[in-house]
Ligand binder design. Sequence first.
Ligand SMILES: Cc1cc2nc3c(=O)[nH]c(=O)nc-3n(C[C@H](O)[C@H](O)[C@H](O)COP(=O)(O)OP(=O)(O)OC[C@H]3O[C@@H](n4cnc5c(N)ncnc54)[C@H](O)[C@@H]3O)c2cc1C
Length: 336
Amino acid sequence: MQVKHQFSLKELNTFGIGVFATAYCAAETEADVLEAIGQTSLPVFVLGGGSNILFTEDIQAFVLHNKITGIEIVEESDSDIIIKAGGGEVWHSFVLWCIDKDYGGIENLSLIPGTVGAAPVQNIGAYGVELKDVFHSLEAIDLLTGNTLTFSKEACKFGYRDSIFKHEWKGRLIISRVYFQLTKKNHKLHSSYAALKSELDKQHITDPGILDISRAVIAVRQSKLPDPKTLGNAGSFFKNPEISRELFLKIQEKYPSIPHYPAAEGLVKIPAGWLIEQRGWKGRRKGNCGSYEQQALVLVNYNDATGKEILQLATEIIEDVYDHFGVKLSPEVNIM
Ligand SMILES: Cc1cc2nc3c(=O)[nH]c(=O)nc-3n(C[C@H](O)[C@H](O)[C@H](O)COP(=O)(O)OP(=O)(O)OC[C@H]3O[C@@H](n4cnc5c(N)ncnc54)[C@H](O)[C@@H]3O)c2cc1C
């Protein structure tokens, strides 16, 4: 395990922001994690694929890059299987591994960038499925004590792009292994999401299997989202806000076609992208960054923008949407 100092993170975040970490090392095993935390007095920051982070300044921390790999079958019955995956496994490769073995449940989460270990942090979700739907439990190492802890599904307190790892345990753990419960037969398919359904229709697939769903999801994602390898971004920059029915009705009076979905506790969820687009931000460029021309919710780094520039753009969008609609957008991306 080699520790590097003043290490550039530019290639390790999908926004492509050029900041430096005071110290950095890649941990390939749990033993590496313990060795790393035992030798530094700096705060430890866990990095996965860097696809949900906006770095706004150099990181005065020991960056621990999760490279813990391994995929293992833990338990299986005729119908179900429990699989353990290392937190440093690339998420999409893990999804493809499962599809190849005909294990169902995560096909709708195809092509989401990042690592297995980060997936529970924001309860990743796409096309009608969330991580919590297939999650069994996880193992994590407490970065302060070195103890290994186990979290059941209930203990994770999953919510919309949310979990206990963004609150009580924020910054305290490295998620080292995740256990998934998947189906071996009678897969429960989720193909009703509008964009997915129309892609399947386009391909004349009437009775899809998990591979068809995965391929359709990949096709939709590739047509809508910028590839971070060519245009720096971190996917959706903002969460879809959940607002009171009263505020929703007020907005609907002026904008009768506002898209909306029921949310928990009588709230109404509205697409942040729609709000941003209504205010004319879609495709608008400010200096080196902007809102993506095909999806207003995605902020992109056109040309070596700094994290501060992107944060400034995000702040202007938040203020503008709030002034006009009275809706406060909150970032989905972790701002550092
Ligand atoms: C083009 C694009 C599309 C995207 N689409 C989606 C989507 O459809 N749905 C969705 O939910 N997300 C999406 N995202 C966001 C992102 O891919 C996910 O949030 C992903 O889970 C982040 O994984 P990561 O390994 O890159 O995490 P990082 O960005 O490295 O880290 C994110 C946060 O998690 C913490 N963290 C990372 N690994 C661990 C660990 N092992 N233990 C503890 N804490 C950890 C970090 O400290 C940081 O706070 C998209 C991003 C991009 C660039």
